[in-house]
Design a protein around this ligand. Structure first.
Ligand code: BV8
Ligand code: ZN
Length: 242
């Protein structure tokens, strides 16, 4: 952490970005994707998380997200989510949370400035007019858009679809002082490239993961995020609590 603290002492009001992945929700009982027991062990990505998969078997895809929506609704935020919300309190308007997660555990833990770049499980979107509405129950092919009666889909970004808020994210990543990736395997692009983008503009990059991913972050803290975010928060408070 010494390198991190030395860097931060040169920054009075640092702009901070946190990028989270499925690992942050793992201790809330939500399965990750690529670990043992992960989602992709039981499902073929192409069948359930691509537009082609949807068109060839919509009911399988509706059901895949209905199962995950039910699971997400039964889950509670864990200490890692709450500690990330406290990071936002520490840095105020200079803080942005970009999440790849489609659950709403960050919101439940009090995070405010959040961009769900891969969409949100508890929302549905009209295929025709793009209207996005809250959706808590099961979604099926019978459900139609209230505005134009078009068919509805989960408001989730599938593979080979453009993630959401990319312009906003890229400009924030290119302008941040501290980039913290928490609980992501760094496999999925473009999210996986953000830390290098931040680093190339002079940011200090930090990885919090159960096991280091091998990516070359400046600071690496391994362990469960329910513990490691608090470790980082303590160090950051020692520099920034006025
Ligand atoms: C796009 C929503 C272009 C769906 C998701 C070849 C090379 C490079 C790239 C590509 C390629 N071929 C195709 C691509 C592009 C592709 C991609 O990156 N593929 C990868 C797999 C090779 N990307 C895309 O398609 C993206 N779109 O590129 O569009 C385009 C351009 C122009 C016009 C149109 C389009 C879209 C990607 C979004 C796909 N949707 N999710 C759903 O959720 O069902 S991705 C999915 O993966 C989730 O969002 C998830 O969040 C994300 C990343 O996974 P992680 O969150 O990192 O989860 P994972 O299980 O992998 O890892 C968990 C980590 O947590 C582990 O490291 C573990 O150690 C750690 N952990 C576990 N427990 C804990 C912990 N850490 C801390 N504490 C713990 N307790
Ligand atoms: Zn519509």
């Amino acid at each position: 952490m010494d390198k991190l603290l030395a860097f931060l002492k040169t920054k009075r009001n640092p702009k901070v970005i946190v990028l989270t992945g499925a690992g942050v929700s793992a201790e809330s009982g939500i399965r990750t994707f690529r670990e043992t027991g992960g989602l992709w062990e039981n499902y073929n990505v192409e069948d359930v998380a691509t537009p082609e998969g949807f068109y060839s078997n919509p009911d399988l895809v509706y059901e895949f997200y209905n199962v995950r929506r039910k699971q997400a609704k039964l889950s509670e935020p864990n200490r890692g989510h709450f500690a990330i919300a406290e990071l936002e309190e520490l840095f105020g308007n200079n803080f942005l949370l970009v999440t790849q997660n489609v659950d709403n555990l960050h919101e439940q833990a009090g995070s405010k400035n959040i961009l769900h770049m891969h969409g949100e499980l508890l929302k549905a979107r009209c295929f025709e007019c793009g209207t996005v509405i809250d959706w808590e129950g099961d979604l099926t092919s019978d459900d139609k858009c209230e505005s134009c009666s078009g068919p509805m889909r989960p408001h989730v970004v599938w593979f080979n679809e453009m993630p959401l808020y990319m312009d906003e994210i890229i400009s924030a990543v290119s302008d941040c002082d501290l980039f913290i990736a928490i609980g992501t395997s760094g496999v999925v692009y473009p999210a996986a490239s953000f830390y290098q983008m931040a680093s190339s503009k002079g940011a200090h990059t930090v990885e919090l993961n159960l096991h280091p991913t091998g990516a070359n972050f400046d600071t690496i803290i391994d362990g469960p995020s329910s513990r490691t975010v608090d470790m980082l928060l303590k160090e950051l408070r020692s520099v920034y609590t006025n």
